[in-house]
Design a protein. Structure first.
Length: 264
């Protein structure tokens, strides 16, 4: 990593992201955190290779595969700069595991007082309100926007509702009550993580996602957060530009690997 950020701080952010996305369906396998929740979020249904352990990579994989098979899920490994042991990504490539979903963790090193200012809820004649919503209702709403199945929505709601890290979800609505955008924030100590920021198709390009993000960051700051992080698709230039305007900077990349044939 050559981002200019302290590596120990970035490792703490990576830990916070792992905590914030923890499902109940997980277990440790020789230093690897194996997650197999039947939802849409890959972070909750993959191997997080946190520590080297004592066994070889192939021995570890052999122990992990039955968990995915029992859950009816393809085996997925999340590769970050902190993945252990060294050489894991190259070894998985030699096994024929395909790289996909290159992503980027972005960080905002300091939350400032500007977040507490006036919420720009009026633009182009729109009256927009942002309101807190229950986590189950939020999971159902964003699931509908994403086209998620009933099982995926229920899994998302269960994961948020039983998270060890508190989550706070909001929806932005127009004057008729129609949902325009939404998102949620997970706060752990001084770190606020933005998750599930979405804008409905017909409302895109009008600043609703940025408005929701600002609102969530202000909430995190009130709870004691002094910095923030998020994950974004490395190829999503629109979202990356939006977050850069807010002050976020690229911190470190990650991607996934999975067997070439199963659907991901």
């Amino acid at each position: 990593m050559t981002t200019g950020f302290d590596v120990a701080w970035l490792a703490r952010i990576e830990d916070a992201g792992i905590h914030a996305t923890a499902p109940r369906e997980q277990r440790w396998v020789d230093g690897w955190l194996v997650r197999f929740a039947p939802g849409k979020a890959k972070r909750a249904r993959c191997i997080q290779p946190v520590a080297s352990g004592r066994l070889s990579i192939d021995e570890k994989l052999a122990l992990c595969l039955p968990h995915f098979a029992a859950a009816g899920l393809p085996p997925i490994v999340r590769i970050t700069p902190f993945a252990e042991p060294a050489g894991l990504d190259a070894h998985l490539a030699t096994l024929g595991m395909v790289r996909f979903d290159d992503s980027l963790v972005m960080v905002l090193a300091a939350l400032d007082d500007e977040l507490e200012g006036r919420d720009d809820g009026h633009r182009e004649g729109e009256a927009v309100s942002i309101e807190a919503v229950g986590l189950a209702a939020f999971a159902d709403c964003i699931g509908a926007a994403r086209g998620s199945s009933a099982v995926e929505r229920a899994t998302h709601a269960d994961r948020l509702g039983h998270a060890a890290v508190p989550h706070h979800a909001v929806l932005a609505r127009d004057r008729r009550g129609a949902v325009l955008a939404g998102g949620q924030v997970a706060v752990e100590g001084t770190l606020a993580g933005l998750y599930d920021i979405f804008t409905v198709t017909d409302a895109r390009g009008r600043g609703h996602g940025e408005r929701v993000s600002r609102h969530l960051l202000a909430h995190g700051r009130r709870l004691g957060a002094s910095a923030a992080y998020l994950q974004v698709d490395a190829g999503n230039d629109v979202s990356r530009r939006l977050y850069r305007r807010r002050g976020f900077r690229a911190a470190y990349p990650y991607h996934y690997r999975a067997p070439a044939t199963p659907a991901r």
